[in-house]
Design a protein around this ligand. Sequence first.
Ligand SMILES: CC(C)(COP(=O)(O)OP(=O)(O)OC[C@H]1O[C@@H](n2cnc3c(N)ncnc32)[C@H](O)[C@@H]1OP(=O)(O)O)[C@@H](O)C(=O)NCCC(=O)NCCS
Length: 165
Amino acid sequence: MKIRPMHQDDADAVLAIYQAGLDTGHASFETKAPSWAAFDASKLPAHRCVAVDGDGAVTGWVAVCPVSSRPVYAGVVEHSVYVDPTLHGQGVGRALLAAMIASTEAAGIWTIQSGVFPENAASLALHRRAGFRVVGVRERVGRHAAHHGRWRDVMFIERRSPAII
Ligand SMILES: CC(C)(COP(=O)(O)OP(=O)(O)OC[C@H]1O[C@@H](n2cnc3c(N)ncnc32)[C@H](O)[C@@H]1OP(=O)(O)O)[C@@H](O)C(=O)NCCC(=O)NCCS
């Protein structure tokens, strides 16, 4: 496995893996992957990575977006990580998070945050291992179209970099 920067040529594979994650119903409130143009416009170019196998096929991706335009939060981002469902449990997610943490820390970003459904055991385990903590649980914070409009809790997680003091 290799981790490398994401290119425009990766768009189809990235969005297909994104959609497969959304189809689980436990990755995000979204139900449909965005267009490449929308994805490209929302994610910071410097911190997008893909994992590729020995044949060069994309097996997963990670990307971040800013959480606020306020200068005080310039070092706070929200991330997404998605792995090909046929390759879960093989360390791809862990390698992607490690690369994104290294890349953001090198750029002076001090906090990475995300929201995870309590049912997403794999994501919670992955993030705990990568140094994220659960800040709290946002109760019934949104209604999920993929679950017939059911109100869902979201666990708010973050990793505060120990390298930036
Ligand atoms: C969450 C996700 C990215 C994890 O990626 P992955 O490549 O399968 O994870 P890894 O193999 O790198 O596992 C990382 C760690 O989490 C643990 N883990 C992974 N899946 C687990 C599971 N289902 N239950 C318990 N622990 C699990 C692994 O044991 C591993 O721990 P280790 O480092 O001590 O060995 C993947 O399941 C996925 O793409 N899910 C769909 C999209 C999604 O939910 N994204 C996150 C949105 S918040």
